[in-house]
Design a protein. Structure first.
Ligand code: BMA
Length: 360
């Protein structure tokens, strides 16, 4: 039995964590960012239950990625997803036995620019005592309001995965991602190791203790790293992390080497084993997938060739926005036949199959 870092974790979060722990030895869940919100060539202004992935292979992803960037601005996130619909989708995902994970391309609280607006030492300004601390707190308050408000009437229908009706929907929260790079204002160049760790710890404690959120599972997700010590350089502590993640686009891209990704996955699985936590490939893909057999010849070997690396719990593909920027298949795309072949591998687990798995 492995336990969440929050001693007061909700039953719903603890159950989800156990289910992930139970499947990760033999299966990997497939996920995608914004899978329900839109697809390549499809932007509907309404709520609907569809995805490019299911249009291709008849099955929905198990893990659904969302992003809180622009929360509180104009009702839509940074990629145009309506926050009202996002709530409905999150509830429905949960009701069907799927998993929601949230990243946050948070706008720069110092300059008002976007998450990529770098150059200033923003983190020190939002920590306690900093000039923008109050602004940061108000963002966390808004986020907490959104999350706490998630149980909707559709939740009153008992879910196939057996969650009880009034429980808070568990979310895998993945803040300050890719911090080993310097493209976001919280990146490596723009704050000290101590500041980054303080920011993470402050955030978790505030959400837990001040806002009373106990349905969150925290994922730490650096970008590519050299070795264990590099991976752990800004690790904020066992009491504030539940999932050891990795965001890696490079190794499965044009000049990437599958072996390099396998090595990194082995490292995070090993560390997760040591720490009593889970590991996941929290973002990956190859933009526009220019190789017809990328799924079976690149992704599948990276996930399954090595028995240790194969123990990651899920893999999340980035979003399907447009023909020149998508990471999943869509009907008519050159890699779609290969995705169908990949989808038949029983180690890759889609929503319908995950929802049927009972906690033993
Ligand atoms: C990036 C791109 C951007 C997007 C951002 C946040 O990788 O997909 O278009 O705005 O992620 O989702």
């Amino acid at each position: 039995m492995i336990y969440l870092s929050d001693p007061e974790a909700s039953n719903s979060a603890q159950t989800l964590y156990q289910r992930l722990a139970m499947i990760c030895d033999s299966r990997t869940l497939i996920g995608q960012q914004d899978a329900l919100a839109y697809g390549v060539g499809k932007r509907t202004a309404t709520y609907a239950w569809r995805s490019d992935m299911s249009d291709v292979c008849g099955k929905f992803p198990t893990v659904f990625g969302w992003d809180f960037g622009h929360l509180g601005l104009d009702g839509r996130n940074l990629d145009g997803v309506d926050f009202g619909y996002m709530k409905l989708w999150m509830s429905e995902v949960h009701r069907r036995g799927g998993i929601n994970t949230v990243s946050w391309h948070m706008r720069n609280p110092l300059t008002g620019g976007d998450a990529w607006d770098t150059g200033l030492r923003v983190v020190q300004e939002i920590l306690p005592g900093g000039s923008k601390h109050a602004r940061y707190l108000s963002r966390l308050d808004r986020m907490a309001g959104f999350i706490d408000n998630l149980a909707t009437p559709s939740d009153l229908v008992p879910s196939r995965a057996g969650f009880s009706v009034h429980e808070k929907i568990p979310l895998i929260f993945r803040p300050f991602h890719e911090h080993t790079g310097s493209w976001f204002w919280w990146g490596q160049k723009w704050c000290s190791k101590e500041e980054f760790i303080q920011l993470w710890r402050f955030t978790v404690h505030y959400l837990r203790n001040e806002k009373g959120l106990h349905q969150l599972i925290y994922a730490y997700s650096p970008d590519r790293f050299k070795d264990k010590s590099h991976y752990l350089e800004r690790y904020p502590g066992h009491d504030v992390v539940d999932v050891l993640g990795l965001d890696d686009y490079h190794d499965l891209g044009k000049n990437g080497k599958t072996a390099a990704l396998v090595q990194r996955l082995r490292t995070i699985v090993e560390l997760a084993g040591e720490y009593g936590k889970l590991a996941a490939l929290t973002e990956t893909g190859y933009e526009s997938i220019p190789e017809a057999n990328w799924w079976t010849e690149r992704l599948s070997p990276a996930l399954f060739q090595d028995p240790l690396a194969a123990k990651i719990a899920w893999v999340l593909l980035w979003r399907n926005d447009r023909k020149t920027h998508h990471y999943g298949p869509y009907p008519g795309h050159l890699s779609s036949p290969d995705f169908i072949a990949f989808s038949k591998d029983e180690r890759i687990t889609f929503l319908e199959d995950f929802a049927q798995i009972e906690l033993s």
